[in-house]
Design a protein around this ligand. Structure first.
Ligand code: FES
Length: 237
């Protein structure tokens, strides 16, 4: 049994209702990139998505590295800084490499809030990117979780800017092919919470995805959807 499988087996054996870093600690301890395989981002017709198709400030969703783990894809519209120094909840340091694409403005993160694992489902989303501030989300251009108002800066590796979140959203590593303008997900960087997520939502994910499919690795390609199309209701706060 591989170490990752062993860790996942242990995690799913435990009842967990709040985020604990213990079951993901081995994966996050060195805070090095975890390469899950190169997966092409496609549009809803299965054609390769081009970076130029991404509207600035729009929330897009895809699933990676597992069938049930959602990620945000964002075009921030301007170059992001490179090599942003961050730490996981366990204190492991890492450097977020910055955005990709012609402008280095395209970024991706796990859409699972690091506080208590709120995530966008097909029915409802309490977490999303907002280009404008609101009464409860006082900073513009943040990923905001309406559950307890954690805020993450997507231009800085999803660094925590407010609220109870104990660590940045886990970054999804992207590759951009200049000649074709295609985008690929290749791995993660930062504090993963996938084991805790699978444990907390085991029943729901099993119903939504059937059997053990929720934890199957995405292979080959993954579909990118606008959040407004993926999800029936977006909670704004
Ligand atoms: S789950 Fe997101 S702030 Fe609590």
């Amino acid at each position: 049994m591989e170490r990752r499988d062993f860790i996942r087996l242990c995690a799913t054996s435990c009842a967990a209702t709040a985020v604990s870093f213990s079951d993901d600690a081995l994966a996050a301890a060195d805070a090095k990139p975890r390469l899950y395989g190169k997966v092409q981002l496609t549009d809803s017709t299965g054609q390769p998505l081009r970076a130029a198709q991404l509207a600035v400030g729009e929330n897009y969703v895809f699933h990676y590295p597992f069938e049930a783990t959602p990620c945000f894809l964002l075009n921030l519209g301007k170059p992001t800084p490179q090599n942003v120094a961050l730490k996981t909840g366990d204190g492991a340091a890492y450097q977020w490499p910055g955005g990709v694409g012609a402008q280095r403005a395209i970024v991706a993160y796990s859409a699972i809030c690091s506080h208590q694992l709120t995530y966008p489902t097909r029915q409802i989303s309490f977490i999303s990117y907002r280009s404008q501030s609101t009464a409860r989300a006082s900073r513009p251009n943040m990923i905001h979780c309406c559950s307890e108002h954690s805020e993450y800066d997507p231009a800085a590796g999803a660094k925590v800017m407010g609220g109870p979140a104990p660590q940045p959203l886990c970054a999804i590593l992207l590759e951009h092919d200049r000649s074709s303008d295609a985008l690929f997900a290749t791995g993660t960087l930062g504090g993963e919470l996938f084991n805790t997520f699978f444990s907390k939502y085991e029943m729901r994910l099993s119903l939504e995805h059937g059997g053990g499919r929720a934890q199957q690795r995405v292979a080959g390609k993954t579909t990118v959807s606008a959040l407004a199309q993926f999800c029936k209701q977006q909670v704004r706060c």
